[in-house]
Design a protein around this ligand. Structure first.
Ligand SMILES: [Fe+2]
Ligand SMILES: [Fe+2]
Length: 282
């Protein structure tokens, strides 16, 4: 990121703070004993969140449409980790939900893409004993958070990036680089500002360049791959990031069969994911 841009991000006065609910979850939920109670309290405190959780729980994705009438029932049917992911997802999507002021994608599309990527990351991480699928879910959700930041706070510059993408027929990634303003850097900045783990900060920073992610290379590789798969199957829309051929990073450590399984699962669930989360996002 150019020094100038870094300085200007630093100077943004109304930079959103980490959603309260997300903060609480990341602070508290590592301790197993307190988790279920903490989560339930958090949800009960927030009627909009509760309603949205029930809405998603009843969406076709979970195959129990109309049956989940209460939070405790949702926990029984979907499991604790799944509810936790929903809470993290809903608290993040609520932070950036307005107009983004670019004509290439909407906040809703960008979130649906991010949720798809999160799902793929979670599923892939289940094949890697050293990784925590829930943490990878959060990494997937966060990976493009810099795009929100750039659209909202550097709108003219980001519009210029979109124009370069359109006029020159280059990918959005190349257009960003040409303009010296990248969503990966901006996103890492926000993750750092929110005091997220080193893993999350670095995965956001290197999700388009996983070989540079050092000790977080495998996690970054998973986000890199899940991102491509979601663009390829058009989950959330392609948003200027067309993928011709999927590139599987060498360090991914997951067999091709299992990668195919995850890709197929995403493909099969694309509409259900879009419908469920789409309804919660209005
Ligand atoms: Fe990205
Ligand atoms: Fe992405």
């Amino acid at each position: 990121m150019s020094i100038n841009l870094a300085k200007r991000i630093e100077e943004i006065e109304d930079l959103p703070s980490m959603p309260h609910t997300l903060q609480k979850i990341l602070d508290n939920l590592d301790g197993v004993a307190s988790s279920a109670q903490t989560l339930e309290l958090l949800i009960r405190d927030d009627p909009v969140l509760s309603a949205n959780i029930l809405r998603i729980a009843n969406s076709p994705f979970y195959g129990v449409s109309g049956e989940v009438s209460s939070l405790s029932r949702a926990v029984v049917i979907m499991g604790f980790d799944e509810i936790k992911n929903l809470v993290i997802g809903l608290s993040l999507t609520g932070t950036f939900s307005g107009e983004l002021g670019v004509d290439l994608f909407t906040a809703k599309q960008l979130w649906l893409h991010s949720i798809g990527v999160a799902r793929g990351c979670q599923a892939m991480a289940a094949f890697v004993p050293e990784l925590d699928p829930e943490e990878l879910f959060t990494a997937g959700l966060m990976h493009d958070i810099g795009k929100f930041l750039l659209c909202l706070y550097f709108n003219d510059e980001y519009k210029a990036v979109v124009n370069v993408h359109k006029d020159k027929g280059v990918s959005m990634l190349e257009a960003e680089e040409e303009c010296g303003i990248t969503h990966a850097e901006a996103g890492a900045f926000l993750a750092q500002k929110w005091a997220m783990s080193d893993m999350l900060v670095n995965v956001v920073r290197y999700h388009h360049n996983p070989v540079s992610a050092g000790p977080y290379g495998q996690a970054a590789a998973i986000v890199f791959l899940s991102d491509q798969i979601c663009h390829k199957i058009n989950l959330g829309g392609d948003m200027g990031c067309e993928v011709e051929k999927i590139r599987v990073p060498k360090n991914i450590g997951i067999s091709p069969e299992n990668i195919k399984k995850v890709a197929q699962e995403l493909r099969d669930n694309r509409e259900a994911i879009e419908a469920g989360w789409g309804s919660a996002m209005g």
